[in-house]
Design a protein around this ligand. Structure first.
Ligand SMILES: [Zn+2]
Length: 302
């Protein structure tokens, strides 16, 4: 596990003295780090983390994010290898993840997404999205690149549409978008998450074969971020969701007025997590509504 380049002098200095400063989106941190042989995490300094795998048959990219991020990612790949980029995989439909594919299409890569994400993007194109070259269907798909396998897992409704978790069995690595966010409370108003299905999915992620993953959002201390996240962080995410739900149910039991609950639930054990101060209350409101109205969004299985 070699740190290949940390392209921020300030952060390199912090790393060298073992600082535990928490990474926030506003603190520029761009890095490339080899988390397993030929598999790299990449941080754009914008709160988004991608992954790429280098093989003798070309490069596979996971999560293009947007054109600016994709250009920086392409430059980082070119610092590591001259191999052609063969694939750029999108995790799900949301514009803040699925934009920027054109940067890799223009250098000859095929962009890939699940059919549900593709259908949504066709109906709802973003300013920086481009139609994918490859659409895959069903719950599982495999793509081979040289001697390496890329496993694509659709684990059902959880967040967005067509959410895909990627595993690379030869290196026991994975890419996970939005579903696991180490050291961070739930995102804002928890948009487009089905809370119960999210918990179920986390259980299924724990069953997948990997040791280390790149998580699209990661608020671990700066020196730990480039190394990616592990199943311990998947379990922490499960625990956090469970703690939020149980705290809300406890207030229901006490007879607390529903719309007072977001200000009542404090969960001090998560005070050190990023965005505790600005997002927790918003998140509690969303989860409270989910527990009050019933889970949403939901659609019958086709
Ligand atoms: Zn999303």
């Amino acid at each position: 596990m070699k740190r290949t380049s940390i392209r921020s002098l300030a952060v390199a200095a912090l790393l060298s003295i073992g600082s535990t400063i928490t990474l926030h989106a506003e603190e520029p941190l761009a890095y490339t780090n080899e988390i397993a042989t030929g598999v790299y995490s990449f941080g754009g300094g914008n709160g988004y983390h991608s992954m790429f795998m280098v093989t003798d048959a070309g490069v596979a990219v996971f999560e293009t994010v947007n054109s600016e991020h994709a250009q920086a990612l392409l430059a980082a790949i070119r610092e590591v290898t001259d191999q052609p980029i063969k694939y750029a995989f999108h995790s799900h439909n949301h514009w803040d993840h699925s934009s920027g594919g054109k940067v890799f299409q223009e250098v000859g890569a095929q962009t890939v997404m699940h059919e549900m994400a593709g259908a949504w993007l066709e109906a709802n194109p973003g300013r920086d999205t481009s139609p994918p070259n490859v659409i895959w269907e069903g719950d599982k798909h495999e793509i081979t690149l040289g001697d390496s396998t890329i496993e694509l897992h659709y684990l059902g409704l959880n967040h967005g549409l067509g959410m895909t978790v990627f595993t690379l069995p030869e290196t026991r690595t994975a890419y996970i978008a939005d579903l696991v966010t180490p050291n961070r409370v739930m995102f804002s108003i928890v948009p487009d998450f089905n809370i119960g299905e999210w918990e179920r999915t986390l259980g299924e992620i724990l069953e997948l074969d990997f040791d280390v993953a790149v998580c699209s959002h990661n608020e671990l201390p700066a020196e730990e971020v480039p190394g990616g996240c592990t199943k311990a962080h998947v379990q922490e995410e499960q625990q956090f969701i469970s703690d939020v739900r149980n705290a809300i149910f406890a207030e229901f039991e006490k007879g607390t007025e529903a719309f007072a609950i977001p200000k009542t639930v404090k969960l001090p054990q998560y005070e050190h997590w990023a965005h505790y101060d600005d997002w927790l209350e918003l998140s509690i409101m969303r989860v409270m509504l989910d527990l009050w109205m019933g889970p949403y969004p939901w659609v019958p299985e086709s």
